[in-house]
Ligand binder design. Structure first.
Ligand code: KIV
Length: 271
């Protein structure tokens, strides 16, 4: 893939400037070259190679099974396509929670083998040492608080987090900690909008919400969900911008009809 030198790359500094200007940050997931080419070409600020690939690409029930090797494979395709946006890659479950040396090795593998620009990690105080070690190596880290899907078996449900005072206070403390550690942004997933607004005011770095209301510095959605490519997932926070699932089914049905009726290929579609 050739690099277009006329396009100015979005960096972690750009995101910080956008927060200061009050310009909302747009972020979507992508997991392969073709989708990332479209998403980047449309002008997105950040592509997240999310471990939601475990759900939407591999069909697992949770994000837990996806491996570091699989995340690197997805990230490589996305990085080849992305000319302008910042590419952030999720550190998958089991690649950073155990000890900080292993966390650093995982982050280095992602950066070296995929060419991505940053990593994302779920959690606060409990993974502080890993975050600090990765940051010390010069690798930008995006935090992720609230509903953290890698801990789904601890939570037990995908319901809104931090509705109770104690959990909200812990989340605010964790957000301040990630800010002070030097994370360049924090994803806030499925928490009350008032709490997300409070966190956004309390930290210097941009907050990116998913199901966290409007008073954050940016928004992120899973691209397959917002395009209606996935159809069995309809949380309140999800806005669908097209119904790709229906359109694809119709197109495939028409193709089958055309093949069975020998309408395809026509004289013009052969050599
Ligand atoms: O993996 C993912 O897609 C995510 C977003 C939901 C923020 O972490």
């Amino acid at each position: 893939m050739s690099v277009n030198k006329d396009i100015r790359r979005i960096t972690t500094n750009t995101l910080q400037e956008m927060k200061h200007r009050g310009e909302p940050i747009s972020m979507l997931t992508s997991y392969d070259y073709s989708m990332a080419h479209l998403v980047d070409g449309a002008g997105i600020d950040v592509i997240l190679v999310g471990d939601s690939a475990s759900n939407v690409m591999a069909g697992h029930e949770t994000t837990l099974p996806i491996t570091l090797e699989q995340m690197i494979y997805h990230a490589q395709g996305v990085v080849r396509a992305a000319q302008r946006c910042l590419v952030v890659v999720d550190l998958p479950f089991g690649s950073y929670q155990g000890n900080s040396k292993e966390a650093l090795n995982s982050a280095i593998r992602i950066m070296k083998e995929s060419g991505a620009h940053a990593v994302k990690m779920e959690g606060g105080e409990e993974i502080r040492e890993s975050i600090q070690r990765i940051l010390t190596a010069g690798i930008p880290v995006m935090g992720h608080l609230g509903l953290t899907p890698q801990s789904i078996y601890k939570f037990g449900t995908y319901q809104v987090r931090a509705k109770e005072e104690a959990e909200a206070a812990r989340l605010l403390k964790d957000a301040r900690l990630l800010d002070e550690c030097g994370c360049f942004a924090i994803v806030l997933e499925k928490i009350p909008a008032t709490l997300a607004a409070q966190v956004t005011k309390a930290v210097e770095v941009p907050t990116i919400g998913i199901g966290a209301g409007a008073d954050v510095d940016g928004q992120v959605l899973v691209v397959n969900d917002m395009l209606g490519y996935t159809q069995d997932f309809s949380p309140r926070f999800l806005r669908r911008y097209m119904n790709a699932g229906e359109q694809i089914t119709q197109a495939v049905k028409q193709y089958i009809i055309d093949v069975k009726s020998r309408d395809f290929p026509s004289d013009k579609e052969q050599y």
